[in-house]
Design a protein around this ligand. Structure first.
Ligand code: F6R
Ligand code: MG
Ligand code: MG
Length: 371
């Protein structure tokens, strides 16, 4: 049996350039230096550093499993070092996602977003790292559902006998901190009842079922579910999510995985974390959030994993075939913007609880009269 490998995608906004638009190259360089040293010492096998919007993204491979102290400490260290660079350049919101000063063994709940999974590396292991900016973890619900449960998206669910029995969904209630496992297709409608409410129920992991080509206890997809505002108690930044998806040979094909992003669905988190807007699939060169601090973006980097080495990346949405999707997203962005401060462009009040809006409302409290 091949040895297990762990892929850890850990991200944080440690300073924007300018405003909340992009990551300055000097931050990526500093993070690369930190990870290069760790690779030299054998802590990690390989890494790739990138930036999507204002988020610094660390993709690492190792054999230490998920939630490994050493790996999380390394990511924390890279973010700390990058923060120092950000402070020197007076970048915007330097260190904003590092909510605690003291690392205590695990970055979960401290600010950075984490998507990691441990699995047995197959003969050929295609893996896609998805990174979103200006949105929330629930933005993954619709595309992940399409990949693993919608036969109109994933032809393999109908055609490939090894996928025919479907997949198992691990869904988290991020308000009540509970989780439930459900099977597709047999519980399709119940799954949708939950995940359609994407600000509360988020798909955390997908597992294969018994009898497929991939062991049923090893995840094939994972999404970061940190909610910064719940951690901090007050709005301090964005919980822009990241995800990892394995593809092919009994799993959705690379193109089925990417096809799930051919519809620019509405997600929340645009401008001040307070607006709904379309998610736009872009290549790295377009991963800068400029229009009204957005619109929300998603980047997909593809790798083949070879004994833990990251062979890649291939910038998968940097493809003219996704141009119509981007154009449609831009049109929807214009349409949504025309609503200005009105719902449903602006989020409903309950979801604005942790923004700066309650302070405005507080100033008005004394002026309300009984009817
Ligand atoms: C941050 C984000 C931005 C900010 C906005 C206001 O990722 O989504 O839209 O919320 O630029 O930022 P402040 O309040 O820092 O001026
Ligand atoms: Mg920022
Ligand atoms: Mg961000």
């Amino acid at each position: 049996m091949a040895e297990k490998i762990t892929v850890s995608l850990i991200k944080a906004d440690v300073g924007g350039w300018p405003g909340h638009a992009t990551v300055h190259p000097a931050l990526k360089k500093r993070a690369e230096e930190v990870l290069e040293a760790a690779r030299g010492e054998g802590v990690i096998i390989d890494f790739h550093v990138t930036g999507v919007g204002d988020d610094l993204e660390l993709i690492m491979t190792h054999r230490k499993g998920v939630d490994a102290r050493e790996i999380h400490a390394l990511a924390w260290d890279a973010f700390k070092e990058a923060t120092e660079v950000a402070k020197g350049l007076k970048l915007y919101g330097a260190g904003q996602d590092l909510l605690s000063d003291a690392f205590s063994g695990n970055v979960r709940g401290m600010g950075p977003g984490v998507a990691e999974m441990e699995f047995t590396e197959r003969k050929a292991e295609p893996l896609i790292a998805f990174m979103m900016d200006k949105t929330e973890p629930g933005a993954f619900n619709l595309p992940i559902f399409k990949m693993f449960a919608d036969p109109f998206n994933t032809a393999g669910l109908v055609i490939d006998p090894s996928m025919h029995s479907g997949f198992r969904f691990e869904i988290w209630d991020i308000k009540e901190h509970k989780r439930v496992f459900m099977g597709a297709p047999e519980e399709l409608y119940s799954i949708l009842t939950l995940i359609g409410a994407k600000s509360r129920y988020v798909i955390k992991r997908i597992y294969p079922k018994e009898g497929g080509k991939v062991p049923p206890d090893e995840p094939v997809a994972v999404v970061s579910t940190e909610k910064l505002y719940q951690i901090a108690g007050e709005y301090v930044g964005k919980d822009d999510p990241a995800g990892l998806v394995r593809a092919q040979s009994g799993l959705p094909a690379l193109g089925e995985v990417l096809e799930a992003f051919s519809f620019p669905h509405l997600v929340s988190g645009w401008m001040r974390g307070s607006h709904n807007g379309p998610i736009m699939p872009v290549g790295l060169k377009d991963a800068k959030c400029t229009r009204f601090d957005g619109p929300p973006r998603v980047v997909a980097l593809g790798f083949q994993i070879a004994d833990g080495r990251l062979v890649g990346p291939v910038d998968l949405f940097d493809d003219p075939a996704f141009e119509p999707v981007r154009r449609q997203a831009a049109e929807i962005a214009t349409y949504m913007r025309r609503h200005g401060p009105f719902e449903p462009h602006r989020l409903p009040l309950e979801e604005m609880e942790y923004t700066t809006l309650p302070k405005v409302l507080k100033n008005l409290t004394g002026r309300f009269e009984e009817l």
